[in-house]
Structure formats: structure tokens, C-alpha cells
Write a protein that binds this ligand. Sequence first.
Ligand SMILES: [Zn+2]
Length: 397
Amino acid sequence: MPKRISTGKGSPLREIIPEGSSRRELTELHVHLGGSVPIYRLWEMGIERGIRGVAGSYEDFINLLHRSTSNTGDLDRYLEVFDIVELIQAGPRAVAEAIMIAINGAYRTGGMRRLGPGGEGGDPDPIFAITQLEIRFNPMKRTGLLLSKHGVQGLFDVDRIIRAACEAATNSEIAYKNGISTGLIICFGRDLSWEVNETLADKVCHWKKSYPNKIIGVDIAGPESELPLDKQQNLERMAALYKRAGAGIGKTVHVGETPHVSIDTFIKTIKALEPNRVAHPVVAAKAYWENKDARGLELLAQEKIVCELCVHSNLLTGAIASIEEYGRFLRTLDEFEIAYTFSTDSPALQLTTLAGELEMLLSSGAATPEQIIGALENADKATFISSDPFSPNAEEQ
Ligand SMILES: [Zn+2]
């Protein structure tokens, strides 16, 4: 744990995670690499790599990348700047650097309640440290593929990128003398071609044999508007990808965050992909609230699928309208006995931290201390990271 300097009185989060508590070492299982490198470090990486014309000034760069209420509102707008970040993070060396920064950042600043304007740590009194971290990313989007428009090959070698990410995560654990555990979730892209996603599935299948404790899961990310998986043919193709890549590793999926995914598509997606966890399944709650349709919630409960919730991100994308509605969302999940966890999604670009988000839930009354504690325990249980660092977290199926 980082050393505490002051007592930090008056914090509702501090009351449930006091000094000496076993909960001062937490698990965070939903952050994207593109949103986990602080803006000031992205600026420095851009300068070092000679990237041209990203913004007119450092202040412009912060304003451009910072995901705030003034430049988001829906998922597509929220995702607009990730192309820039992915290009700054392109290539094996930049990916390795980004992974190390993300891990160190989670440990160092995850328990802080304040950050500086570029994402610098600004709180001398962190409440906890994140010591188990799952980072998700799309290696294909770090190949420079975006520069070739709709091409299928980028400048950089995806094999080298995946290997560099695994090595960087391993090196970070060694540096922390096993004080942290990390794992990588590989994301398919709703905005990439099937050909690119299929190549990625084969890469996951190949590299998880060499790094079974580092490549711990698969996911789908990107704009639901581009590939809502509402067509049976697309859903079958995605299910085949999950099978191809996902045998023996954890499965999660971003689905139901926007109105582009109907409750029927949500249910079909869950049944086809059979995930262990699901990110932002807002549509399941909304179908219940608006149409008394409980099928999505009942399916999550029946299959014991754990929900990955990212409060600030869900508010920025408009998935959930207000912090009060967030409280209702949590109560609905409790009503159906569905387990959920809290994460930050893209803390560096939102200028948020896990501690800040938990504090917001508590101080607004959206979550009770019991709900927060339950969610922290769920994250420990639901992580795909193996508790035994020397054996794979699941046997090959
Ligand atoms: Zn996410």
C-alpha cells in the first residue's frame, strides 16, 4: 500500500475502507488500455514518438481527450478520440510502455479521490491500492491499422504487440515483487472487419498458450451502432470467433449499453456467446422499467453472469441518465440477485479514479456501504486472474 500522509476525515469511502482494512487492496476488472494512460503521459508519448499535429497546445490536447459532459452524451461521441490514443499507443514499444503506465497508475492513483488536470496523481492520501488489475485492449488497433482506412494490415506486427503487452505486464509484476497481479482481456472490435477480428481470434488462440496467466479473457468493444449483432448471421459469426479464441479463458462482452441493442438482441447475444460477465447491461434494466420485461434480468440471474458497471462512463454516454437513476439500477440488480462490480472504464480520459467513483456513489446516496462492499467482494471473486500465478486459470477445453 502507498504510505498515508494525512487522515482524510469526512470521506464516506474511508469509513468503509479504514486504515488496516483487508479491503485496502482491491480488484479492478474493467479498464481499457486506451483510457488508462494519463493524458499528460499520452502527450509525452506523442512528443517522443514524433506524432504530428494532434493538438495546437497541451491545453488543447487535454480538452480534446478529456471525456466530459461537454464532448460526450452518447457512446459514439464518447469513443471519438480513442483513434488518436490508439495511434499514440501503436507498436510493440508503445504498447509495453502503456501497459506499464496503466498498471502503475492503477496501483498509485486508483485509491485517490482527486487528480490533476492532465491526470497526475493529486491526492496525498489514497484510500486503497488496486492490486489486481485486468486491462482490456484491441491489439489490432495498435498496429496502425487505422491509418490504412479499411485495410486489413497495419504498420506494426500484431504478434509482437501481444507479446510485448504480456511481457510488460509480467515485468510490472516482477517489479512489484508480486504485490500486484495483472491480466489482459483481448477485445474484438464492433468497428473492425470480420477478417481482422478473425485474425485476432487466431492470435489470441496462439499467444494464450505461451502466456496462459496473462491472456485471461476476450471481449467485444466499440460502437454498438456499427455492429449491434441483431442479425442472426452476424451473431453466429461472433459466437464462432468467441469459440475460436476463447476456449479455456474468461468471456465478457460489452452489450446493451445503448438503444442500438434491443432487449431481444441482448438476450440472443448472451445466449450465443455464453459470457461469464457482461459490461453495462443497461438495456436489461430499462426493458424491465419501461415494459415490465424481466427476461434480460432473469437470464443474467439464472446464468450467474456478473455485471461490470462503470458509473461515470455510463453517465457520460447517457446509458444511465443520472446518479439517482444509477441507484435505481443497482436496486433492480439487487432485486434479481444479480452480482455486480464497479470499475472506471477509462479513468485517465475521464479524469476519474475508482475511489472517486465509489465516493460519488456513497455521497449521493446512490449506493449503500453494503452495496459497495458487496461489489468489491464480487470483483475479487469474478476476476479472470488466476489466484495461482504459476498455473493457467482454466484448463484447455
Ligand atoms: Zn468498457
